[in-house]
Design a protein around this ligand. Sequence first.
Ligand code: BGC
Length: 750
Amino acid sequence: MKKLFITAVLSACCGAGALAMTEAQIDSCVNDLVGRMTLDEKIGQLNQRSGFGYVPEMAGLVRTGGVGSILNETDPEVVNKLQREAVENSRLHIPLVFARDVIHGFKTIFPIPLGQAASWNPALVEEGSRIAADEASSVGIRWTFSPMVDVARDPRWGRMAEGYGEDTYLTAVMGVAAVKGYQGDDLSAPNTMAACAKHFAAYGASESGRDYNTTWIPELQLHETYLPPFKAAADAGAATFMCSFNDINGVPSSGNKVLLRDILRDSWGFDGVMVSDWGSIDQMIPHGFSHDLREAARQGIEAGVDIDMESYAYCSHLRDLVEKGEVKEADLDPLVANVLRLKYRLGLFENPYVDMTTASRFYAPASLDAARRAVEESAILLSNSGILPIKNSKVSKIAVIGPMADAAYDQAGTWSFDLEKDRCVTPLAALREMYGKESVIYVPGLEHSRDNSTKGFAAAVEAARNADVVVYFGGEEAVLSGEAHCRVDLSLPGAQSALLDELKSAGKPVVLVIQAGRSLAIAHEAETADATVFCFHGGTMTGPALANLISGKANFSGRCPVSFPRMSGQVPIYYNRKNTGRPAQDMTLINDIPLEAGQTSTGCTSYYLDAGDGPLFPFGYGLSYTTFSYSEPKLSASQIDTDGSLNVSCTVTNTGEVEGSEVAQLYIRDHVGSLVRPVRELRGFEKVTLKPGESREVTFTLNPDDLAFFIAPGRKIVEPGEFSVWVSPNSAEGNPVKFNVVENSLTLAK
Ligand code: BGC
């Protein structure tokens, strides 16, 4: 009854009562509401606090309108009680919005985003995000701080785990899929979450891969490499953005008017919410950009940060800043409007409460099934001498060794705040189920991934001797990646490499399965093992998926979303680099250099003496239990105008014995430009599933925007000249086909 009354009051105030309001109705409600708010109520909407239960302090803050959004509150009863204070007991009845870092699943944990990217299957990312939204919204979380669309080319940076890898295009496609999954077709439906494209911007470029570090990025590179995934997320309707911790060229993002206002609002037309990162307004002080919190608050407002997450800057200083005329109250109104608009778009005014009859919807069989498929599609087969798949009929004993074989907590990866590790099925449990308990000898060898003790080696080697095949599960624990968890040494931690050598010396084939939060430098280990599988932390269903893949019940189709370095010192490493004036000609390694060799005898080209040129495994690479062939790409024209488009078709055939999925990748190269262009750029991809012998034609369209590049911020052009195009299985293979672009008029592609 009370709810009906409030709804009626709100509907009357806003002049709208239908469940899904139009944008015009929302605007009129927002304007009406802003017009009736006191200064303190406005400041309250811009204040975000971390939850700490239904306690008098928080309840009081909510009742007086002193807080507009709460993060990290996950008990639906507490959510409802706090919401009741806002909706029924605050003066203007403005609902709260509850937020959380639901990064790769809420309870049903999916692969970390880097793993999702390795699937090269946006439908799967969308499905996982949809499931995450359904589970999280069932406890009242209607806003996730995801997707992270920071392009990351340096695996030392622990947060590489949270994004979609090194490539701008792949990141944009996957980010858009996540936005769609979280927000659905109708954001006001109670089982959706507002997405948040973060961290705006260029956080992934943190110098030397050290978290929170400075970035210095030429403007054109910012526009070409780092901003497009954010633009794509905004175009896809991402309801919110989060600004980043780092400074770009000396200006911290939380105080960056050019980024937050000129680019995002004015040029891209974003009308959603910009939230600060945790304490990032406050952190403009240690950055050396603000003298004190009061100044930081003013700078945050001027830059256009709508919500202050946990800096206490706005709630402590905005009233004084307005009273002293340093910030105009009218300048707060658009920021407040953005927050209210989000709440209307989420349908919170109509539907503020968690429905306790359907609350806490977790682990639906279909969700677990989707999580398993996600791992199956994201695990990458890096090498295989033929030992995989391990068919039940081929072996009677499998030695399962390694610290990640039964590490329920660690297989979930970073940002698994709501993990219930007992729900995780480990590879050990799944292999026992698959092959029979009596066929699996389990000896961990090392207690955890960083373990340096060799005391477990002897038992592990003994187990290897008694088995037909060794499957070693190693990699990194969850805590070795993620925020503030950066590493300079990208090799397998602890004594893992030494253990692998010992296992190999037992004379049995060794399958190496790595679970990690980043690409690792595993040249020696991949060389040692008879097969190598790389699985970015896979979440709840890692075990069943890996067991299916290892046994051949499922086929590998994951492809590298980042280039794998041979050695740590090669990073940052990425495929779409510039050619240089002296591109590498060979792979001379330090061991081959004669003593007292002449200064120029090794050639003067762009490579490392001790790592050669190029990655260990290139971007886009991954094997399968079958093989695929590609026909020569057919172009719809050999010449187009600068404003023309081109179709590229290629037939992919499964030339092996089993069904499998291949990721056909479209790359271009603009050979000569007024600015030097990269050696390859991904412009499309398609994952196709083919039966043995089956062929499928894939067709891509190259539009002017795909051929264009930035010559000035916001200005892209297509230049005439020769281009190459590849449809290939990865960024290092395939034969290019050439076409020409001829002068029309210099075309503004966008
Ligand atoms: C992270 C964000 C996250 C926020 C809220 C920050 O430390 O950088 O990505 O969304 O905390 O938990």
